[in-house]
Design a protein around this ligand. Structure first.
Ligand code: FAD
Length: 438
């Protein structure tokens, strides 16, 4: 029996949320997890699984039992004909990407970080960009769940299809994900090109950009019109990079953190920082394997919000956000506001459920761990997102409760019915999920 450790403190990656689980477990097998579940049932405790702990909210927190999946991380099967890979739920994408590389395979799309787990990224609906691509869970073809009852439930398009559309974005509340099967593509070389524009120009030419580049996104530098457009596309060009010593030797990161810290005393400095760093951020590069461009090492702890709105609302919503900042000079907004796009899907709790979507990600850094005021920025942003039919990213802290979510997600009742059937006593709930479901 895996005894569990007392006194462990959990903190998410950004250091913004944490909890003190009564017992912390690192099981190695399904049998050990079944024993933990049995112990939880006997003692009337809840159970939360944590993956890479990267969610910038309290979604993975627990004061009862916490299970870390780091030792359940094997590659179970690679099918080179179907280009599919079945992995244990706790594998990090950084490990998976390297393994796929060996087989000449890759995931078609990835989020910005790879120290996250297979089950964790699908748990919250991680996304990248590209209007011809869905959020990461759309690359999942099968999921294996260990239910509250201790039984294993397999699901896919053909086996338990209703549960499958819930499990592909599961919030950690349906059961413990034991394995995930991903549909991959042949490995591809990716080219990234970045160039300047303005907010009004990029919004006027949105359709053209979406057509021109498979993984198009842009960064807006708030308190200005400045925009950096980023195209990422498969290429046959040889690997190369044009980045500068300023970023290669991390000088830029140290300088930025220092300036952001100074600006926490002199908020007016942020406008200047946003202008200066806009000029320092242009490069182009080609990497042999796509994940080296999709994912990078994020150096800054931060607070974020990231809502998806119907794609046709992109222009209105961004112009309103810009106007809100202009109307309220007291609000300080760090760069960048990142704008990405995702294709519609049929996943019950996907922010892109039945609508092509634009994600607008806002950010406030925590220089040297210091929180900078963000309340008024957050409120103004959420109001605009709600007004335009937005749906919040599940990983990122938001203020929505069941009442709001029922209006936003047409399939919310269906998901709730599945959850209540699979976990009738709510053993997999925590404070975050209670806000969502009650
Ligand atoms: C620097 C940084 C960059 C990021 N970039 C992006 C981005 O580009 N796009 C984007 O969409 N998001 C992004 N995120 C958010 C991130 O992708 C999500 O928070 C993701 O869910 C993290 O995965 P994780 O393994 O850390 O999951 P955790 O945060 O540990 O857990 C997430 C949820 O999954 C559940 N869970 C985990 N494993 C299991 C399991 N085996 N069974 C049942 N439930 C489980 C947890 O209980 C929790 O509910 C970023 C976050 C950071 C910190």
């Amino acid at each position: 029996m895996n005894c569990g450790q007392a006194g462990v403190k959990f903190q998410n990656w950004a250091g913004t949320y944490g909890s003190s689980p009564e017992l912390f477990f690192r099981p190695r097998s399904v049998e050990e997890i079944q024993e933990i579940l049995e112990l939880a049932r006997q003692r009337g405790k809840r159970v939360k699984v944590v993956g890479g702990g990267h969610s910038p909210s309290d979604i993975a927190c627990s004061e009862d039992f916490m299970i870390h999946m780091g030792k359940i991380n094997r590659i179970l099967q690679v099918d080179k004909e179907k280009l599919q890979v079945k992995v244990e739920a706790g594998i990090l994408l950084s490990e998976l990407n390297l393994e796929l590389e060996k087989h000449g395979m890759a995931l078609a799309n990835l989020g910005a970080v790879s120290e996250v787990t297979a089950a964790g990224v699908i748990g919250t609906g991680t996304h990248n960009t590209g209007i011809g691509h869905g959020i990461l869970p759309t690359q999942v073809v099968a999921v294996s769940l260990l239910l509250a009852s201790g039984e294993i439930l397999e699901c896919s398009e053909s086996v338990n299809p209703e549960v499958f559309q819930a499990a592909r974005l599961h919030l950690g509340c349906l059961g413990i994900v034991m394995s995930v099967t991903f549909q991959c593509v042949p490995e591809f070389r990716l080219r990234e090109v970045a160039f300047p524009s303005t907010l009004s120009q990029v919004l006027d030419e949105l359709e053209e950009h979406l057509r021109k580049s498979q993984y198009f996104r842009f960064l807006w530098f708030p308190h200005s019109e400045n925009v950096r457009i980023i195209y990422q596309d498969p290429t046959s060009k040889p690997p190369c990079s044009s980045s500068s010593w300023f970023w290669d030797y991390a000088v830029g990161y140290y300088l930025l953190e220092f300036l952001l810290w100074i600006s926490s005393f002199l908020p007016g400095l942020v406008v200047w920082i946003n202008h200066v760093f806009f000029r320092l951020l242009f490069n182009s590069r080609v990497e042999n394997v796509s994940h080296r461009i999709f994912s990078y090492e994020c150096r800054f702890r931060q607070h974020v919000q990231d809502w998806a709105i119907p794609i046709e609302k992109t222009k209105e919503a961004l112009l309103e956000l810009k106007a809100a900042l202009e109307r309220n000079p007291g609000i300080v907004a760090h760069f960048p506001v990142e704008i990405r796009f995702s294709q519609r899907d049929e996943i019950l709790l996907s922010p892109c459920f039945q609508q092509d979507s634009c994600y607008i990600n806002i950010i406030m850094y925590r220089p040297y761990g210091k929180d900078v005021p963000r309340l008024h920025y957050w409120i103004a942003y959420e109001e605009i997102m709600k007004k335009h039919g937005g749906r919040p990213h599940w990983a990122k802290a938001h203020s929505c409760t069941r009442k709001d979510l029922e209006k936003m997600y047409p399939a919310f009742p269906k998901f709730c019915a599945i959850r209540e059937k699979l976990d009738p006593t709510g053993i997999f709930l925590n404070a975050y999920l209670e806000k969502v479901f009650y």
